[in-house]
Design a protein around this ligand. Sequence first.
Ligand code: AHR
Length: 360
Amino acid sequence: MKKINEVVTLLLLLSVLVTGCGSSVVNGKKDNAGEGNDAGKTITVGFSQLGAESDWRNTNTQSMLDAFDGDGYTLIYKNGQQKQSNQITAIRMFIQQEVDYIVLAPATETGWDSVLSEAKEAGIPVIIVDRRVDVADKNLYSCWVGSDFELEGRKVAAWIKAYTEGQGIDPSDLHIVNIQGSLGSTAQLGRTRGLANAARENGWEILAEESGDFTETKGREVMTSLLKRYDNINIVYCENDNEAIGAIDAIESAGKKVGSDIKHGEIMVVSFDAVNEQAIQYAREGKISCIAECNPLHGPRVKALIETIEAGGTPEKFNYVDERIFSSVPDVNVIIVDGITYTVDAPPETQSAADASSSG
Ligand code: AHR
């Protein structure tokens, strides 16, 4: 009997070992657990994405899904549909599910203190991606990775300054409208600040600031109404490419010409992202005069941060991504912001070319 018991115990032990090192369900697929994580365990990540408002956002979501597809990870993805309340519900669900990490791409900066305290109490590390959270206690999250949105805005403003000075245009002759992103988001706050400060310093006129919510539809709608209110707009600062596409459509539908020749009545459009293929094409054609890159490929970066934590390390709190600036207008080759020189590159030939050279 003792012998039989020993054999059964051995078999049970073997089956546990085999299951532990063998296949597990990762993102709905069979995968060999243990390949990506030394401990051979599956790490569950709850990802609260804010929405699907733009091409940038969809590329960012895909980057996360790809990075955590297999390799010992399970990603639970929740789309917040542009509502912070949905994101808070998703985080609470992740806490209940006892995920190993929570990744949050927040819609707005404020309003996260309570739910992030709940995650901290549950002992779940939180990684913030893309936009920032404004919380009283910075220890409520482990780290953040994303863009310097104000720098992006300052780069575009520096390009406008260099270009218009080169053309001999008086600063007081610049009449700008700002189609802002979703109000209260870091991308909107930073880009709006970048332009507003430059306008004040240089004596440019900002005729209006109105939100286009980072969408093509709102960009078109806002531009249509701005053209009815003002007849002297010569620069349209769109806080993302989708808005720019909508705004260009509105300008052309009103019978006006888009381009950099503002001395001869063209309306100049500048933008952010360089992700949408049509926007990149517009930049090549000169319909968008200048685009500051906003890099969406954060999946592998978030994964690297998790791996640092898994290995017992402490990642840097704030992790900024390097970004470029594009224009096909020949006159400005470099811009200088805060003493740093940035080369102005030709718009990439394709979106995948942009992705390939910006994945670092
Ligand atoms: O937070 C990043 C911004 O959000 C991107 O510039 C915009 O396209 C997106 O919706």
